[in-house]
Design a binder for this molecule. Sequence first.
Ligand code: ADP
Ligand code: MG
Length: 396
Amino acid sequence: MARTFKTLDDMGDIAGKRVLVREDLNVPMADGAVTDDTRLRAAVPTVAELADKGARVLVLAHFGRPKGQRNPEMSLALVTRPFEQVLGRPVRFIDDEGAAEAIATLKDGDVAIIENTRFDPGEEKNEAGTVERLAALGDLYVNDAFSAAHRAHASTEGLAHKLPAFAGRQMEAELDALGKALGAPEHPVAAVVGGAKVSTKLDVLKHLVSRVDHLIIGGGMANTFLAARGVDVGKSLAEHDLTGTAEEIFDAAEAAGCTIHLPYDVVVAKEFRPNPETRTINVHEVAPDEMILDIGPAATEALGDVLKNCRTLVWNGPLGAFETPPFDTATMSLARTVAALTREGSLVSVAGGGDTVAALNQARVAGDMTFVSTAGGAFLEWMEGKELPGVKALSA
Ligand code: ADP
Ligand code: MG
């Protein structure tokens, strides 16, 4: 598929150039320590490559929600040492006051982090003044933060119009993988959509029915669709006010030639806690005081059979309340099936979503997927078929 964006390969000779690189360094911290360094590690390939090519690398990122005000608790100075350790080379911290002077002292191949972009109230408003202030600090711009690309901020969108703009390695990998999965995928294409609520993923479902051959609905979302089909779901999490919307999605799927799969067996319990008494039953046998907390073994097996005949899968949302055993069973089983089909080379598998990634890690198969997106909000907006401003600006 033809790319519409430039990458690091298109930058030419960058020795001595000041390169502004937008990364996602918004890591969780507790007691001054980074508790999950996934995002820091993801930034390494681009930053290291630019430094190796002799650029003066200036990392731009946000940290927390300081709402346009300086806040020492959200200073990127806190992340500089952890990033240095992950990168394996020295990293300087540059405050945004006096940034130009500090940058002028950098040598070729040096790496620096510039203070939290969101300390400037113009960042989130994408104000021209902020864009100009940042653009004056660099010669070239690289956006490597897909996870922030659904926001049109100065550092994620505005800068791409001011400086020659390129996608970083992480951004490139994400766009290539997502393009393969829904842009021009190999058919048949399946989507698995689960999770708690239909209302949070209505736009995802509406977009997918026109894109995929099979839409497999699990998790709490399935309950709403079952209820719309007249099934009594007892005390299950379900959005009964969305019956009409569910009908519309059924109709849209039929018109588009997309088959919707709902579970026909489920695991129910009267209490939502670890290892309660459960029953595995047909969806029509749910008692008024029971909750559906996972899809059943027959539905899980049928889902696997659908995927065996598909070439591409997009997955968002667990099939059950996977944090609470034994309601992780279907999700873990699906994760292992997808991993095996991907390893065999019969399936291109792309998965994303905060809880979905947690479930894949729990199943220890995240590394077996073709691609796992850690970009929560941006991944979902992409699944909704929206054009992400940060990505669009790279293609302009
Ligand atoms: P993601 O973060 O991957 O987009 P969601 O946030 O939409 O996923 O949904 C994940 C949540 O859905 C999990 O906390 C899980 O426990 C919950 N869930 C899944 N199935 C059920 C169910 N049948 N009843 C209640 N909660 C469920
Ligand atoms: Mg979630």
